[in-house]
Design a protein around this ligand. Structure first.
Ligand code: HOZ
Length: 428
C-alpha cells in the first residue's frame, strides 16, 4: 500500500537529513514511514502509491480553499511568464499591502518576508529596536519558527521530537527569552515584575496551534494587553496560523483584542513561501530603510508569491460567507468526532475555534503545553495510523492543529466521521 513511499523515504534519507526538509513530516512522533505526496486537488491529496487522502493539514493552514485552487493556479501561470523574481519593487507589492491593511485591524504598514520564521524574527528585532530593551516573553508550547531565540520551550516539531534544549542555540541568545505557561497570566505578571523595563515584547499565538489547538481562556489575552500597556511592552500576535483563517482580520478581529505587531505566514502567499510583519506606522517605520532596524531579502515580495496571495486574499475579502461555511463544516466534524469517540468509550478533549481544531485523548481540558503533554499520545499515534489507512490525513503529531478547507464536502466530513468510528473500534 505504501511501497513507493517506503522506497522514496529510503532514498531521501541518503541525501536529506532524516529524509525530510521539515521535521514534523517525518512521522517520528507517530512512527512508521512518511507518506510521500505527488499531487493534490481540492480537499484531497494523492500519494506516490496512488492512495487518496482527505486532507486535514492543508499545508498547515494556507490551503483554506483547498489545493490547486483554480484562480490561484491561473494567476501563478500568468505571472511566471513575466519573471519569477525581479529583486526590484513592483506595483503588485503595493496592491497586496493595501489589501491586507484594509482587511486586518490595527495595522497601517506591512513588510513582506519569506516565511513565518522570518516574520517573527523580524518582529522581535523590531520590538527590541523600538523599545531599546532586550528580553521578550514567549509561551511554553508556542512555536514562532526556528530562529534561535524562539527554540526555548517550543511547540511543534521541537515538542514532537521531545528536544529539551537545542544544540547550536547559545546560552547567551536563550537567556533573553523568558517563558511562561500558556493561559497563565499570573506567571507573566511575575516575569514582568522581576524584569522591570527590560522586556521589549510578549509574543503569543492568540489561538495556539503548535501543541494541538489550544484556545485562550477568557481574560488571558485581555490581561496580556493590559500588562503590555502598563509596562510599555509591545504585544505581538503570531497569526501565522490564525491570520485570514479565523476571520478576514484574523484573531485580532474575532477576539476583539489589539496587538502592536502581527506576524503572518504562508497563507499570504496562498501556500507559496511568504511571511509578513505588520503594525502601525509609528512602529513599522523603524524598519530599514525608513529606520535603522535592518531587515532584507532578495525574494521578499516575490511576484509569484504575491500574485498567488493577492488572488487568495481577495477571494476571502470579497466572500465573507466562506468563514461561515468553514465554521459550519468544522462544527459538523467536531460533533461527529465527539459521537465517534463517545460511542467507542474513549476519553477525549476536542478544542476548536473556527476552522482550527485538535483532539487530545484526555479526561481533562487541554489548556497549555503540560496538559497537552499529559494526554494519551500513544492512543493518538494509533488513531493517526488507523485514520491514514482509512484515507484521512491528520497532522502526524498530537502537538499540531488540524486545519479545515472549504473544499471539504458533507460527504467528506461524513467519510471522516465514519473513519473515526471504525478507527476507534479497531484500536481501542
Ligand atoms: N512546523 C510546521 C507545523 N507547525 C510543520 C512544517 C512542515 O513540516 O511542513
Amino acid at each position: 500500500m505504501y511501497s513507493k513511499s517506503e522506497m522514496l523515504f529510503g532514498r531521501a534519507k541518503q541525501v536529506i537529513p532524516g529524509g525530510v526538509n521539515s521535521p514534523v513530516r517525518a512521522f517520528k512522533s507517530v512512527g512508521g514511514i512518511p507518506v510521500f505526496m505527488e499531487r493534490a486537488k481540492g480537499a484531497y491529496m494523492y500519494d506516490a502509491d496512488g492512495n487518496q487522502y482527505i486532507d486535514y493539514i492543508n499545508s498547515w493552514g494556507p490551503m483554506i480553499l483547498g489545493h490547486a485552487y483554480e484562480p490561484v493556479v491561473k494567476a501563478i501561470q500568468e505571472y511566471a511568464t513575466y519573471s519569477t523574481s525581479f529583486g526590484a519593487p513592483t506595483e503588485l507589492e503595493i496592491k497586496i499591502a493595501e489589501l491586507i491593511v484594509g482587511m486586518v485591524p490595527n495595522i497601517e504598514m506591512i513588510r513582506m518576508v519569506n516565511s513565518g520564521t522570518e516574520a517573527c524574527m523580524t518582529a522581535i528585532r523590531l520590538a527590541r529596536g523600538y523599545t531599546g530593551r532586550n528580553k521578550f516573553i514567549k509561551f511554553e508550547g508556542c512555536y514562532h519558527g526556528h530562529a534561535d531565540a524562539f527554540l526555548v520551550s517550543a511547540g511543534s516539531g521541537v515538542a514532537t521530537l521531545g528536544i529539551q534544549s537545542v544544540p547550536g542555540v547559545t546560552a547567551t541568545v536563550a537567556q533573553d527569552t523568558l517563558t511562561a505557561p500558556y493561559n497563565n497570566l499570573p506567571a507573566v505578571e511575575q516575569l514582568v515584575a522581576e524584569n522591570p523595563d527590560e522586556i521589549a515584547a510578549i509574543i503569543v499565538e492568540p489561538v495556539a496551534g503548535n501543541m494541538g489547538c489550544i484556545l485562550p481562556q477568557p481574560g488571558f489575552l485581555e490581561g496580556l494587553r493590559q500588562l503590555c500597556d502598563a509596562n510599555n511592552i509591545l504585544l505581538i500576535f503570531d497569526e501565522v496560523m490564525t491570520g485570514f483563517r479565523l476571520a478576514r482580520g484574523g484573531a485580532q478581529e474575532i477576539l476583539g483584542i489589539r496587538a502592536d505587531l502581527v506576524t503572518f505566514g504562508k497563507i499570504i502567499g496562498a501556500g507559496m513561501p511568504v511571511g509578513a510583519v505588520a503594525g502601525p506606522k509609528e512602529i513599522m517605520e523603524h524598519l530599514a530603510p525608513a529606520g535603522k532596524v535592518y531587515q532584507a531579502g532578495t525574494l521578499s515580495g516575490n511576484p509569484i508569491a504575491m500574485i498567488a496571495g493577492y488572488t487568495l486574499l481577495q477571494t476571502l475579502n470579497d466572500n465573507p460567507i466562506i468563514y461561515q461555511q468553514l465554521q459550519e463544516k468544522s462544527d459538523y466534524l467536531v460533533k461527529g468526532l465527539k459521537e465517534a469517540f463517545g460511542s467507542a468509550g474513549v476519553v477525549y478533549s476536542i478544542n476548536q475555534m473556527g476552522s482550527m481544531l485538535s483532539a487530545h485523548f484526555a479526561e481533562y481540558p487541554i489548556v497549555d503545553f503540560s496538559s497537552a503533554s499529559g494526554a494519551n499520545n500513544e492512543l493518538f499515534k494509533r488513531f493517526f495510523h488507523a485514520m491514514l489507512e482509512r484515507g484521512v490525513y491528520l497532522p502526524p503529531s498530537a502537538f499540531e492543529s488540524w486545519f479545515m478547507s472549504n473544499a471539504l464536502t458533507t460527504e467528506d466530513l461524513d467519510a471522516t466521521i465514519a473513519a473515526a468510528k471504525a478507527a476507534m473500534n479497531a484500536i481501542k
